[in-house]
Design a protein around this ligand. Structure first.
Ligand code: PLP
Length: 219
């Protein structure tokens, strides 16, 4: 089996220009994250608040921690002091909770709006038509300690590459539209995981979230 450094290098060599890599370390021990860190990786993704907080305390302080999984409102407090980017904002009540905790910590927390693009009920997110209203001034003014940086989406879990491509292409189109209509910079479009990041990049993703292709499969 290849080392983490080798796998990271292989994935980095495939990234299209302008695409950044979030190494998804959920369920993996700090030793493996340290190994990726020593290979130059600085951005890691986790899906559980307490697990992320424990890893934050155990690892170098120049790591950027990204929350990528569904986040319960009562868990925001564990990550609010240090989280770099929350990809998985999927409800207004979560936005409210992030606003509250960001204010308590006297900081602005960067977030992505998660959009529901899959054909599966199990996935979370706002409907495409709900996104623009969230970005407009009346709504934004309610969340002064939240900086929305773009959109995130997960394609269906399927072998059907055409379906995956259509879902990513739809999100990419929405991203361009809301960027133009809102007038906000919205620099980030986060889409693509181990199984579908090549398609995601072809459809315009500029941030991929890759776990198992770097750290091996999760049990
Ligand atoms: C687990 C997870 C990933 C990474 O999945 P892999 O298939 O292991 O690359 C990416 N995004 C989200 C939201 C995840 O929960």
């Amino acid at each position: 089996m290849d080392t983490i450094a080798k796998r990271l290098e292989a994935i980095r060599s495939e990234l299209l220009p302008g695409v950044s890599l979030v190494a998804v370390s959920k369920t993996k021990p700090v030793e493996m994250i340290q190994e990726a860190y020593e290979a130059g990786q600085r951005v890691f993704g986790e899906n559980r608040a307490q697990e992320m907080a424990a890893k934050f305390s155990a690892l170098p302080t120049d790591i950027e921690w990204h929350m990528i999984g569904h986040l319960q409102t009562n868990k925001v407090k564990y990550i609010a002091p240090f989280v770099s980017l929350i990809h998985s904002v999927d409800s207004e009540s979560l936005l409210e909770a992030i606003q509250k905790e960001a204010q308590k910590n006297n900081r602005v927390i960067s977030c992505l709006i998660q959009v529901y693009i899959a054909t599966e009920e199990s996935k979370h997110g706002f409907l495409p038509e709900q996104v623009l209203p969230l970005l407009e001034a009346p709504s934004r003014n309610r969340f002064p300690n939240v900086a929305i940086q773009g959109l995130m989406g997960m394609a269906s879990f399927t072998e059907d590459d055409q379906l995956i491509r259509r879902e990513f292409s739809g999100l990419s189109k929405l991203y361009r539209e809301v960027k133009a209509s809102s007038g906000l910079p919205l620099p980030i479009l986060s889409m693509g995981m181990s199984g579908d990041y090549r398609i995601a990049m072809e459809e315009g993703s500029n941030m991929v979230r890759i776990g198992s292709s770097i750290f091996g499969s999760r049990s």
